[in-house]
Design a protein. Structure first.
Lengths: 227, 219
C-alpha cells in the first residue's frame, strides 16, 4: 500500500527499530529502510535526530519522529484508518499499556542488559535474579491486560506486545550468554506462550533476527574481557 | 463527584505539580492526599506496588501512575474541554518527544545541580545548561510550547518551575540572564491560575533542597 514518503533509519539488530517496523507492518505501510552501518552514524541520522543521535528515526514526508514508543504511537495515529488499532481504545487500558511499556524500558531492559555487561559471576547472578523478578511482574501484567485473550492488547498484537515482544530475539541471546533460562515455561507460563504467539505473528516473523546471527552481533557489541 | 478522583502526591514533587495543573486546567475536582514517598503507606503500596512512588492518580478506584501517563489519561478522559495534546499526530509526537527528553535527560542534572557538590555538580551544571538551551530553542518565538495554546509540554516543564530557584542558587547561574525567552514563557504560564495554584512556593523548595543536600552529604 503506497501511503506517501516514508523512510525508517535503523538496523536489523535493534529492538527499538523492530518496534517501528512491526507497527508499519501492522498498518501495511511500505517504507524505505535505511540501514545504518554498525560503528558509524549517517549524516541523515545525525540531522534527523540531533538531540539523541539514535535510531530508529521515522521520516514521514520529510518530517522526523524519534523514540521508538513515540514512533509506534505516531504510526497508529497518522494511519488510524489503516489496519487494526495499536493503542487500546479505552483511556485506562491506554494508561496501563503505557505504564508497562515504560517499565519494560526503564526497569526490565536495564536488568536484561546488565547480564551482558556483568563482570564476574556474582554480578551476573544478581542481574539474573533481577530479570527473573521483573519478568514475574510482566507475567502478572499480562494476566491483567490480556483478560484471557492471546495478547496484551487482546485479540491482536498492540503497543505493549510490540514494546516487550521486540526484545524476544535479544532475550534468547542473553539466555544463551548467561546459560540460564530467562523465559521459563513453568515460572511464567502465560508469558512463555504469548512469546510463541508473538514470534509467529505474520507482521513480526519476517523481522525477528535469527538467534545465531544476533548472538554473533552481541559478541561485537558486548565484548567479553580476555580470560 | 470529588471522591471519584484522588491524587496521592507530595508537596515538593515536580511530577505531582504537573498532574495538579492538568486537573485544574480541565476543571476536575479531586481529593488531595499528602503522601510522603519516604513513608510507604498501605495506600501507596496498594496503588503503586511496582514503584511505590507519587504522584498516583486514582480514578473510580483505579490507579494511574507516572505523571506524563497521568497527563495523557486526564486529556483522554476529560476530552470535552481544553485539549492538552495537539490533535495533529506529528505535533503530538513532538510534544511527547520533548516531555520524554525532560524526564530522561533534564531531570538528572536538574537535581544533581543542587543535590551534589564538587566535580559531579560541575558536570551536572554544564549538562543542565545545555538542556535548558535545547528547551529554549525548541520554544523559539512561540507563546507556549503548544503554540497559541498552553498544553502538555508546557505543563511537563512548568512542573519543575518551583525548583528553578534551587537550581539557580546552588548552580550559581541565572535562568533570566541565560534564557530570556524561556523566562518570558514562564511569566506567561504564571498568569494561569491552574499553574500558580499547583506550584509550591520556591523558597519553601529552596529550604527543602538545603535539607536534602545535607541528607545526601553534599553539604
Amino acid at each position: 500500500m503506497v501511503t506517501g514518503d516514508v523512510k525508517l533509519i535503523g538496523s536489523w539488530a535493534s529492538v527499538f527499530v523492530m518496534r517501528a517496523r512491526i507497527a508499519l507492518n501492522l498498518k501495511s505501510i511500505s517504507y524505505e529502510f535505511l540501514q545504518e552501518t554498525y560503528g558509524t552514524k549517517s549524516e541523515l541520522l545525525l540531522k534527523s535526530n540531533p538531540v539523541h543521535k539514535k535510531m530508529p528515526v521515522l521520516i514521514h514526508a520529510d518530517k522526523p519522529v524519534c523514540e521508538s514508543n513515540i514512533i509506534v504511537q505516531y504510526i497508529d495515529e497518522a494511519w488510524s484508518s489503516y489496519g487494526p488499532s495499536i493503542l487500546p481504545s479505552q483511556p485506562y487500558d491506554n494508561a496501563i499499556a503505557r505504564f508497562w511499556a515504560a517499565y519494560v524500558d526503564d526497569k526490565w531492559f536495564i536488568a536484561l542488559r546488565s547480564i551482558l555487561t556483568a563482570r564476574g559471576e556474582e554480578e551476573k547472578k544478581a542481574a539474573i535474579a533481577e530479570v527473573e523478578e521483573r519478568t514475574d511482574h510482566l507475567e502478572k501484567a499480562f494476566m491483567e491486560c490480556s483478560n484471557g485473550k492471546p495478547f496484551f492488547n487482546g485479540d491482536h498484537i498492540g503497543y505493549l506486545d510490540i514494546a516487550l515482544g521486540s526484545f524476544l530475539g535479544w532475550w534468547k541471546v542473553v539466555e544463551l550468554d548467561a546459560n540460564h533460562i530467562l523465559l521459563d515455561e513453568t515460572k511464567t507460563p502465560s508469558l512463555f506462550q504469548w512469546a510463541e504467539r508473538f514470534c509467529n505473528d505474520p507482521d513480526v516473523k519476517p523481522l525477528m533476527p535469527e538467534t545465531t546471527k544476533l548472538a554473533e552481533f552481541a559478541r561485537k557489541l558486548f565484548p567479553k574481557p580476555q580470560a | 463527584m470529588a471522591d471519584e478522583v484522588i491524587l496521592l502526591d507530595y508537596w515538593p514533587s515536580m511530577f505531582g505539580m504537573r498532574t495538579k495543573m492538568a486537573l485544574a486546567e480541565k476543571g476536575v475536582s479531586y481529593e488531595y492526599i499528602e503522601t510522603d514517598p519516604w513513608i510507604k503507606t498501605p495506600l501507596l503500596i496498594e496503588m503503586n506496588p511496582i514503584h511505590k512512588k507519587i504522584p498516583v492518580l486514582i480514578h473510580k478506584g483505579k490507579p494511574i501512575c507516572e505523571s506524563l501517563i497521568q497527563l495523557e489519561y486526564i486529556d483522554e478522559v476529560w476530552s470535552g474541554t481544553y485539549p492538552m495534546l495537539p490533535s495533529d499526530p506529528y505535533q503530538k509526537a513532538q510534544a511527547r518527544f520533548w516531555a520524554d527528553f525532560i524526564d530522561k535527560k533534564f531531570y538528572d542534572p536538574s537535581w544533581k545541580v543542587w543535590g551534589t557538590n564538587g566535580e559531579e555538580q560541575v558536570a551536572a551544571k554544564k549538562e543542565l545548561l545545555e538542556h535548558f538551551k535545547a528547551l529554549e530553542t525548541e520554544l523559539g518565538d512561540k507563546t507556549y510550547y503548544g503554540g497559541e495554546v498552553f498544553g502538555f509540554l508546557d505543563i511537563a516543564l512548568m512542573g519543575y518551575y518551583s525548583w528553578f530557584k534551587a537550581m539557580e542558587k546552588f548552580g550559581e547561574f541565572s535562568i533570566e540572564t541565560e534564557f530570556p525567552k524561556l523566562t518570558e514563557w514562564t511569566k506567561r504560564c504564571l498568569e494561569r491560575e491552574s499553574v500558580v495554584k499547583a506550584l509550591t512556593d520556591s523558597d519553601k523548595i529552596l529550604e527543602y533542597a538545603y535539607v536534602l543536600r545535607k541528607k545526601f552529604g553534599a553539604e
